[in-house]
Each structure stands twice: as structure tokens, then as C-alpha cells.
Design a protein around this ligand. Structure first.
Ligand code: ITT
Length: 204
């Protein structure tokens, strides 16, 4: 099975390849870009997936991710990309200075769409805390800030394998992979059935 992953983020591609490997799904990476509409991450992923599927005339997936900090009413959320580039992790640390409530969630939404079809979305979340300093050099972007209790480490301190065990992206991609595998099995079975019917009628 093959899936085309549309993203400008190489880290996401690497994570996707590791996660999908277990499902026998190969990842083809392309980066044509797509407009990010205002709205929830589900709306961004659904719109992006539909836009690219029609543009490239093939089935594709996109991933929209956000970091939602409870003490900041969900900020940066869908503005995570802009905030990472402008405010950076240091700015987030400053915003949360003296704040007791450190709860945050990563949310990843996979949008899947095929040409002339409606998009489908698959959400994955993981809970953690925002530290008052960055820790670890693994991962990317917000990872060194995001502390996960179960591992007593930040995403920036986890190995790639450990992050893939518990991350928001692991959950959203796993939901997608299960659904996609089912579609694939159904399509192959249907195809075999019709081939058998046709060959049967022509040759027997
Ligand atoms: P594409 O939209 O092209 O896929 P992007 O990096 O802009 O790539 P998002 O909009 O989904 O992706 O991500 C919003 C921000 O959150 C951005 O700065 C990412 O680098 C960051 N981010 C996404 N996934 C992350 C993760 O697993 N760990 C830490 N930061 C992450």
C-alpha cells in the first residue's frame, strides 16, 4: 500500500514512515503547499486534503498539528506554526512565567481525500505539561518544551521510537492506517470478485 503525504515538514515525513511501516504502508512525500483556512485543525486538514487531492488528481493525506495550552485558552492552537516562527519556545516560556497550570495538549489531525470525494479526518491527541525551560535535542519545534509524565521526559528527550509510541501523530496516523487498510482490503476483494465474474463469463 502506498500513501502520498503532503507536507513541508521533513520531521513529519520521518515520523510518518516509522509509524506507517508497521501497517505495511509506504510513504511518498510531496510538497505542493495548500491554503490553510481559519478554523479548527479538523477544518484545516479537511480543506487542505480536498484542495490537494483535486489539484494533483490523486488520493493524498495532510497533517495539521497544534499545541493547545490550557492556561492560554488553547493558544497557540491553529496558530502554532506562526507562533513557533515568531514568538518561539522562549516566548511561550515567558508567557507562562508565574503560571501554575502547565497543562497542554498536542493535537494532530490527518486529512485524507481522493479526487471527487469528500475528505475524512482522523484526530490524535496527547496530554503533557509545558516546562519552564527547554530540555532535550531530539524531535523538533515545541518538542523540548513538552513534558510527558509517563516517560518523565520531554518529547525533546525521547528517542524517535519512544515519541512514536505515544505521540499525537502516532494516534492520528494509526487511526488513518487502520481505516485505509480496511478500504484497501475491501477494494482488492471487490476487484477480485469482478475479475472472477468477468473471466468466468469470457473463458468458461
Ligand atoms: P505542514 O503544514 O507543511 O505539514 P508545518 O510544520 O507548518 O508543516 P503544522 O502547521 O501542522 O506543520 O504545525 C504547526 C507547528 O507545530 C509547526 O511549527 C510545527 O513545526 C509544530 N509541530 C508540529 N508537529 C509537532 C510535533 O510533533 N512536535 C513539536 N512541534 C510540532
Amino acid at each position: 500500500m502506498l500513501v502520498t503525504f503532503i507536507t513541508g515538514n521533513e520531521h513529519k515525513v520521518k515520523e510518518a514512515r516509522d509509524i506507517f511501516e508497521k501497517f505495511g504502508i509506504e510513504v511518498n512525500h510531496e510538497n505542493p503547499g495548500y491554503p490553510e483556512v481559519q478554523g479548527s485543525i479538523e477544518e484545516v486538514a479537511a480543506y487542505g486534503a480536498k484542495y490537494v487531492a483535486e489539484k494533483l488528481q490523486k488520493p493524498i493525506i495532510v497533517d495539521d498539528t497544534g499545541l493547545f495550552i490550557r492556561a492560554l485558552n488553547g493558544f497557540p492552537g491553529t496558530y502554532s506554526s506562526y507562533v513557533q516562527e515568531t514568538l518561539t519556545n522562549k516566548g511561550i516560556i515567558k508567557l507562562l512565567k508565574d503560571e501554575q497550570d502547565r497543562y497542554a495538549e498536542f493535537r494532530s489531525c490527518i486529512g485524507y481525500c481522493a479526487p471527487k470525494c469528500e475528505p475524512k479526518t482522523f484526530l490524535g491527541t496527547v496530554a503533557g505539561e509545558i516546562l519552564s525551560e527547554e530540555r532535550g535535542n531530539n524531535g523538533f519545534a515545541y518538542d523540548p518544551l513538552f513534558y510527558v509524565k509517563e516517560y518523565n521526559k520531554t518529547f525533546g528527550e525521547l528517542t524517535t521510537g519512544e515519541k512514536d509510541e505515544c505521540s499525537h501523530r502516532r494516534k492520528s496516523m494509526e487511526k488513518f492506517a487502520k481505516w485505509y487498510s480496511e478500504q484497501w482490503t475491501f477494494t482488492s476483494k471487490t476487484l477480485l470478485y469482478y475479475l472472477k465474474q468477468k473471466i468466468g463469463k469470457t473463458f468458461f
